[in-house]
Write a new protein. Structure first.
Length: 179
């Protein structure tokens, strides 16, 4: 499974950083495919954000948002095909909810762009906030899956200490005070 990554990789400050981080991991095939799909989503988010911040041409921004919409849809479809080990994780459901909220925010932003609404800026801010949250949920999901998939360590090989029944534990407790 994946090697421990140096702490410098944990300071992800842009959507591009997340995309690069996702390409670096070593994992099983499904995990690698999820990382690739998330990398594509992160790249599309980065391109849409960059276009919004550097261009005043609404059509250029709208094209990036349309590409992002398609990528997010494909990513969500990909998630449905993942194995049951992914679906069994609590983090998987949380990630799917975050992704749905992100897709709704993208659609709202796209509408504001098309209408040339004065609320476009607030819609963009909401999208960006949800993009960070969604990608954070995705990274947590991958981390939880990969740690769950790792073979048990030597520490886990030792047998757990049997505590015995409540009556046996009480008797042991009283024996300690009789001494």
């Amino acid at each position: 499974m994946p090697a421990t990554l140096p702490s410098q990789h944990l300071t992800l400050q842009s959507f591009g950083d997340i995309s690069r981080f996702l390409r670096e991991g070593v994992a099983d095939e499904e995990s690698r495919q999820l990382r690739d799909s998330l990398g594509a989503l992160s790249t599309h988010i980065d391109e849409a954000v960059r276009a919004r911040r550097t261009s005043t041409d609404t059509s250029v921004i709208a094209q990036r948002v349309a590409a992002l919409t398609q990528c997010a849809r494909e990513h969500q479809l990909f998630l449905t095909g993942l194995g049951s080990a992914w679906h069994a994780l609590y983090e998987f459901g949380a990630y799917q909810r975050a992704l749905r909220e992100l897709r709704n925010a993208i659609a709202a932003w796209q509408q504001m762009l098309e209408r040339r609404s004065s609320k476009e800026s607030a819609s963009f801010d909401q999208f960006e906030l949800l993009a960070w949250r969604t990608l954070g949920e995705a990274l947590l999901l991958i981390d939880m899956y990969e740690h769950q998939s790792n073979p048990p360590s030597d520490l886990n090989d030792s047998r757990p200490v049997r505590k015995g029944s409540v009556l046996q534990r009480l008797q042991g407790w009283f024996r300690r005070f009789k001494r």
